[in-house]
Design a binder for this molecule. Sequence first.
Ligand SMILES: [Zn+2]
Length: 230
Amino acid sequence: MNHAALRTELHRLHLELPKNGLVTWTSGNISARVPDGDTGGMLIKPSGVTFEDLTPEGMVLTDLEARVLDSDLSPSSDTATHAYIYRHMPQVGGIVHTHSPYATAWAANARDIPCILTAQADEFGGPVPCGGFALIGGEEIGAEVVRVLTNHRSPAIILKSHGVFTIGPTPAKALKAAVMVEDVARTVFLAYQLAAATGGSVATLDPADIDKLYDRYTNVYGQRTSEVGK
Ligand SMILES: [Zn+2]
């Protein structure tokens, strides 16, 4: 089991994390479900390796109980979380975790990111939910992600006092959600800051308008005949 193409893709996507300002030093990780594994499995970033030292071959193959199958490197310390999500959400093919600064500032305040922009309605179908506090290492974080995101429109969750997890049918789509959640977290913060400075107020979008925007973006927008931009 080598999964060369998936390793190359996962390595390429990891390089987008520092490029988009989502990670510092070795924090942050992406995983990909291995579709044809004998017992099901995933590839994930090795623990404690800087982004410039990552290689396709260095991505660690584990099973969905987070046991290493083929590597001398230890997998990310978030591996149990990723494995739990894959076990409980069969539609998920990729997961991203970051401590991107604006989204994590909302998480530190234990606040959902309110839906005040059309781009949020498009991408997240409403506010980005904030989940409860959970300690790293075991399955508590994964359980909280699954609890909040099951049957939820948003592909992103911020976890109280921690950071961001995003899910997608592919790792690339999970990465897009991670980039977008940081972008809206920054803009929404700036909007509230500007309102506070000028004595104005920020209106959240009407739920009926959110539904229309989300439906249009999900079903109409984009290139229907190709994978362009996905
Ligand atoms: Zn973390």
